[in-house]
Write a new protein. Structure first.
Length: 388
């Protein structure tokens, strides 16, 4: 092949893939014209089919963006509420249990034949003049004196069952037959033979079986009233009784422990004597029950503790009276007035406190049959006297 002259030799542009003539020449262009700029053709990528979907996490990661890490969880406040409620329940249970451990037991099982079991539950509540648990300063301040031993200032029967709760006062000067001691005042039965003889006397006289026994002394009575923040009393006359440490005006008024205790003990300034005293005692008991049943008695921990512990050292219960029976008694005592209960004195024939046999037997027969809803006002009056 003949050699081409050097000037005529085409030059291959390796970058653009074209030939050009001479230096600065253009393939197919006139000599001396500048060579036009050649652009690389746009090359499309080879067509690729999408990869088949993979199983497992790869698919999830491809279809959903990764989640941001969650912030640390805060403790929910209601968890603390649960702990507080649990502690509160433990507190509500522990306090009565501790108070119960301080209550003394007494043998109250009477001798001889007893009435058969009866529907409902009948409690005997005795308020004794025991000074146990009182300091010398309290004895002086309350005017209770230094008498030793125990005598009954208050005797009440509380019946609970299918009808309204019924609280009946037994005046301590009631003239009744006392087994082994002839006829005398009913409080003498306690002096002769304690709870056992008192229960035997009442069961023989009334025909009502007494299921449980509760006794509270002066200091317990005083402390319970203070624990509920005092009560309201409504004397119908001005009362000044040095022997009971009492000096109050006529009309409704607030009374703390000292005044309420004197009001419940006084019998020397009233025309009806012991009959009015029994009436005042029921009034005080009902007022204490009303205050104790207030929700504040549970909501306020100080009041709850004071109420539970106030009478524990001056309260005695029968040897067969358990904690739950005692709690039912306490609950029933908060429902002895209004629609849920009735209070009255035992029917009597005169101020010498001889019972009105006919009316008294009707009343006690209704208690035996647990028919307190049928107890009428002529059987259950404030004084016990007929038509009063």
């Amino acid at each position: 092949m003949a050699d081409r002259p050097k000037g005529d030799e085409p030059e291959f542009d390796w970058l653009y893939g074209t030939e050009r003539k001479g230096v600065g020449g253009s393939a197919g262009g006139a000599s001396g014209d500048p060579e036009p700029t050649q652009m690389l053709p746009t090359m499309g990528r080879p067509h690729q089919s999408p990869p088949p979907p993979s199983r497992g996490r790869a698919t999830q990661t491809a279809s959903h963006p990764p989640r941001r890490p969650s912030a640390p969880r805060r403790r929910r406040p209601f968890r603390w509420v649960k702990y507080v409620l649990l502690l509160w329940v433990v507190f509500l249970i522990a306090v009565p249990l501790f108070a119960w451990s301080k209550i003394a037991k007494v043998d109250d099982t009477p001798s001889g034949d007893r009435p058969a079991s009866q529907p409902g539950t009948t409690y005997l509540l005795v308020g004794s003049d025991s000074r146990e648990g009182m300091t010398h300063a309290q004895e002086l301040r309350l005017g209770t004196g230094k008498a030793s031993g125990r005598r009954t200032d208050t005797i009440m029967l509380l019946h609970t069952g299918s009808g309204p709760n019924l609280l009946v006062s037994i005046p301590r000067d009631s003239i009744v037959p006392i087994p082994g001691h002839g006829t005398g005042k009913i409080n003498a039965a306690y002096a002769y033979g304690g709870p056992q003889l008192l229960i035997q006397t009442l069961e023989n006289t009334t025909g009502v079986r007494i299921d449980d026994y509760v006794e509270i002394g002066f200091s317990g009575f005083f402390n319970v009233i203070n624990a509920v923040g005092g009560i309201q009393i409504c004397p119908t006359q001005a009362m000044k009784d040095p022997q009971a440490g009492l000096n109050i005006k006529k009309g409704c008024q607030h009374a703390m422990g000292k005044k309420a205790l004197g009001y419940a003990r006084s019998r020397h300034v009233s025309a009806l004597g012991d009959i009015d005293r029994a009436k005042h005692q029921r009034e005080v008991v009902a007022a204490v029950g009303k205050k104790a049943a207030s929700p504040w008695s549970v909501i306020n921990p100080v009041r709850y503790v004071n109420l539970a512990m106030s009478g524990s050292q001056s309260v005695r219960v029968g040897q067969h009276t358990g904690m739950f029976a005692t709690l039912r008694f306490a609950w029933a005592m908060t429902h002895v007035s209004g629609k849920s209960g009735k209070t009255c004195g035992v029917p009597i024939a005169d101020l010498a406190v001889h019972w009105d046999r006919e009316r008294a037997l009707k009343l006690f027969h209704l208690i035996q049959e647990d028919k307190t809803s049928e107890v009428t006002s002529d059987l259950c009056g404030a004084s016990g006297l007929k038509n009063q």
